[in-house]
Write a protein that binds this ligand. Structure first.
Ligand SMILES: [Zn+2]
Length: 79
């Protein structure tokens, strides 16, 4: 089990997510981002907009995902 904060994943707050795999982590953080976006949080809305922009450029999106994945892989496992 690894922990990452919203901010470490490119987000806007210090909420901690826990997951066993990077895919799981990405899914949890995405859900959180969308929830915050829907509740009208301006900081997270900005993050979502930035990610939407990244998604227009598959190369950049992939690079961004790779960076976050490397960060995840580098973290120590916690139980
Ligand atoms: Zn957040």
């Amino acid at each position: 089990m690894k922990k990452m904060t919203c901010r470490q994943l490119g987000g806007a707050c210090d909420i901690e997510f826990q997951a066993n795999t990077f895919d799981e982590m990405a899914e949890i953080s995405k859900r959180h981002g969308m929830e915050m976006f829907q509740s009208g949080d301006p900081a997270h809305s900005e993050v979502i907009n930035k990610i939407m922009e990244l998604m227009m450029d598959p190369g950049k999106m992939e690079q961004w995902m790779t960076e976050k994945k490397q960060l995840f892989e580098a973290l120590p496992d916690e139980n």
